[in-house]
Design a protein around this ligand. Structure first.
Ligand code: UT7
Length: 323
């Protein structure tokens, strides 16, 4: 059978770091509150000339270099983002052009913080269906540009950045011990819209709008939804928490990550946490965490890795893969 196997990874961060102490000067908050409630200590903020597409293209170039490939080798680009450079064309097409690619096809996936998981599942479908041989799957965001910088309940939480994986079609016997994406579980429920949304858009206000969140309400649903899709992945593959080498969660809040890991019986030594340095970068958070942990040698070829996310919509999902 054909499986989508990770061949390379890369990441890109804006130049400017914004610490909790910097934020204390902008809004009524404290480093202590932010660290205790979220685990975040700093985040990166896009400056002049840095956009979702520029960060995404930089992450893509790094992933291609890591894979030993060039843009000529890629035939599909999927970008997960809720902060596109333009309403259209898709940021994926923008990145395709920045890479000097004029072949293949490129499109965006919009599932907010679950975007990277959705994009991985989508790329997996195209690869297994034979429509693509090598895909760049990118999560890229500039949430700083849709934040209300006067709203302390949201502006301290988010950051900017991008991460990318190269997925490659590979013939496999199809065992759980073989490399590649083993299974994906995706869910959504639009009745939760008001808990996490942006109060603008092309078809309603004609403006970009600002992020609005009832944090406590989102928090209440997060652990249950995350564990639901992780258990679905275990059941689909006959694996258990003990088989996992790494849990690479969406990085929204350290307390949510710890709560989910505890409920599943996954020790924190097996969990990749980057929320302290990146903040919540929405669809970019998982590929940034993957690039961090693969880059420093924690995630190795053959490791069983669980990705999971939950966010606006609500959307939530998991991808289980052997690295
Ligand atoms: O990535 C997409 C999914 N998003 C998430 O997963 C986010 C989920 N939610 C959360 O992570 C948490 O709910 C937050 C970190 C957003 C908030 O933590 P919390 O423990 O739920 O705090 P809270 O909203 O219940 O607020 C507690 C208090 C409030 O004051 P009162 O009403 O108790 O007097 C807030 O006004 O903290 C206050 N507060 C702040 N204080 C200092 C809210 N924001 C701040 C702030 N600095 N930045």
């Amino acid at each position: 059978m054909i499986r989508a196997v990770v061949r390379g990874f890369g990441a890109a961060l804006p130049k400017q770091v914004l610490t909790n102490h910097d934020l204390e000067k902008k809004v009524d908050t404290s480093d202590e509150w932010i660290v205790q409630r979220t685990g975040i200590r700093q985040r990166y903020i896009a400056g002049e000339g840095e956009t979702t597409a520029s960060l995404g293209a930089e992450a893509a170039r790094a992933a291609l270099a890591n894979a030993g490939l060039t843009p000529d080798d890629i035939d599909l680009i999927i970008v997960a983002t809720s902060t596109p450079d333009n309403t259209f064309p898709a940021t994926a097409v923008n990145i395709q052009n920045r890479l000097g690619m004029h072949h293949g096809f490129a499109f965006d996936v919009q599932a907010v913080c679950s975007g990277f998981v959705y994009a991985m599942a989508t790329a997996d479908g195209y690869i297994r269906g034979g429509m693509a041989k090598r895909a760049l799957v990118i999560g890229a965001e500039t949430f700083s540009r849709i934040l209300d910088w006067n709203d302390r309940t949201t502006c301290v939480l988010f950051g900017d950045g991008a991460g990318a994986l190269v997925l490659e079609a590979t013939e496999q016997p199809g065992e759980t011990s073989d490399r590649g994406i083993l299974t994906s579980s995706l869910r959504s429920d639009g009745s939760h819209k008001e808990k996490l949304y942006v109060d603008g858009g092309p078809s309603t206000t004609g403006t970009v709008g600002h992020l609005r969140m009832e944090g406590r309400e989102v928090f209440k649903h997060a652990v249950g939804m995350i564990t639901d899709v992780i258990i679905a992945a275990f059941e689909a593959t006959g694996t258990t928490a003990d088989d996992l080498d790494w849990l690479v969660p969406h990085q929204a809040n350290r307390r949510i990550i710890e709560g989910s890991a505890k409920k599943l019986g996954i020790p924190m030594e097996k969990v990749v946490v980057t929320v302290d340095v990146h903040g919540n970068t929405s669809a970019a958070s998982i590929p940034l965490a993957l690039a961090t942990a693969a880059g420093d040698g924690r995630i190795k070829q053959g490791d069983l890795v669980m990705l999971e996310a939950m966010g606006g919509g609500f959307t939530w999902g998991s991808v289980l893969l052997r690295w």
